[in-house]
Write a protein that binds this ligand. Structure first.
Ligand SMILES: [Mn+2]
Length: 314
């Protein structure tokens, strides 16, 4: 499928429900909200499935589009969802009936009847923008969530996935008259006191391996409880470890409930993060990938360090 074919398919649809992924980030929410608004501008009925893990950071972008309780869609699509296992639990009735998946993860699982995947896109929002251009005017109501999608997945245009096209799309969105300075301040230039205290704790307790090229930071549940951290305090904390000078493989372990650990891996050119995470059952992008494993924090750490050693041959 090309972009024009995706747009044509969307034109044929109505009664559309859009699914987002677990622990929703700016890209999955912003992409879904922008697409939902575009479909509505075409006169279609379209909603987002409520995501129970939405944080206060992204709620304002999704809230206007939540599907009413009991609403029955005719067509289901997904944005920024790499594999069906990353759908929230309340999406279970739809997971085997997804008509179209739009995504940018190289580890995409092709769970939908049709898929459009462009792994060269820094954010799913870049793809959604190209699709919407074929469908309708990019109004401020579309441009703002798309800017959130693209800016968050690129760390405000500094991660290695950022391309010239990323900037071109962002420039086009800014040209729509949206207030990006407000978004940038809220998303990239503001940290809660709790979050700063958590970062200080993580930095003070970091561990280094492989001649100080691999750094491990940990977020135990006890730390979150002790500090009274909200989900918003914890999101994107995995970008901290990648800042440590001299390292090119940053691992963040976050203890989840039910004896599970969320592993996030951010890497430089030497280490392919997707290959590392695939060895422990996860996936993602070349420079940013993740996995959720069962076991203790210590077991998760040993497993991911072994995976890094295997991929780098060290
Ligand atoms: Mn994304």
């Amino acid at each position: 499928m090309n972009i024009k074919q995706v747009a044509a398919r969307l034109r044929e649809m109505d009664g559309i429900l859009i699914l987002t992924h677990v622990r929703p980030d700016g890209d999955t929410i912003g992409s879904a909200a922008a697409l939902c608004q575009a479909l509505r501008q075409l006169g279609k009925e379209a909603y987002l499935l409520y995501n129970p893990e939405i944080t206060a950071t992204y709620l304002p972008y999704a809230e206007p589009y939540w599907a009413p309780e009991g609403w029955q869609p005719k067509t289901v699509i997904s944005t920024d969802v790499a594999v069906a296992d990353l759908l929230p639990e309340n999406a279970a009735p739809y997971r085997d009936h997804i008509a179209l998946a739009i995504d940018h993860h190289p580890s995409h699982g092709y769970f939908a009847a049709e898929s459009y995947v462009d792994a060269s896109a820094a954010a799913c929002g870049e793809i959604i923008c190209a699709i919407i251009r074929e469908l309708t005017d990019i109004t401020p109501a579309i441009a703002l969530p798309l800017y959130v999608a693209i800016s968050t997945d690129t760390g405000c245009f500094v991660y290695s996935n950022t391309t010239a096209n990323t900037h071109r799309v962002a420039a086009e969105l800014m040209g729509c008259g949206i207030d990006v300075s407000g978004v940038n301040k809220a998303l990239f230039r503001t940290k809660s006191k709790v979050r700063l205290a958590m970062e200080a704790h993580m930095a003070a307790n970091m561990e280094l391996y492989d001649n100080d090229r691999v750094v491990v930071m940990q977020i135990p549940q006890a730390l979150c409880e002790e500090m009274g951290a909200t989900m918003a305090d914890i999101e994107e904390l995995s970008s901290l470890a990648a800042l440590v000078e001299g390292t090119d493989c940053a691992i963040t372990l976050r203890e989840l409930s039910g004896d599970k650990v969320k592993i996030s891996v951010r890497t430089g050119a030497r280490v392919n993060a997707t290959e590392v995470c695939r060895l422990v059952g996860g996936g993602g992008h070349r420079a940013a990938a993740g996995a959720t494993v069962s076991g203790t924090m210590e077991e998760a750490k040993q497993a991911i360090l072994a995976a890094v050693a295997k991929v780098t041959g060290v």
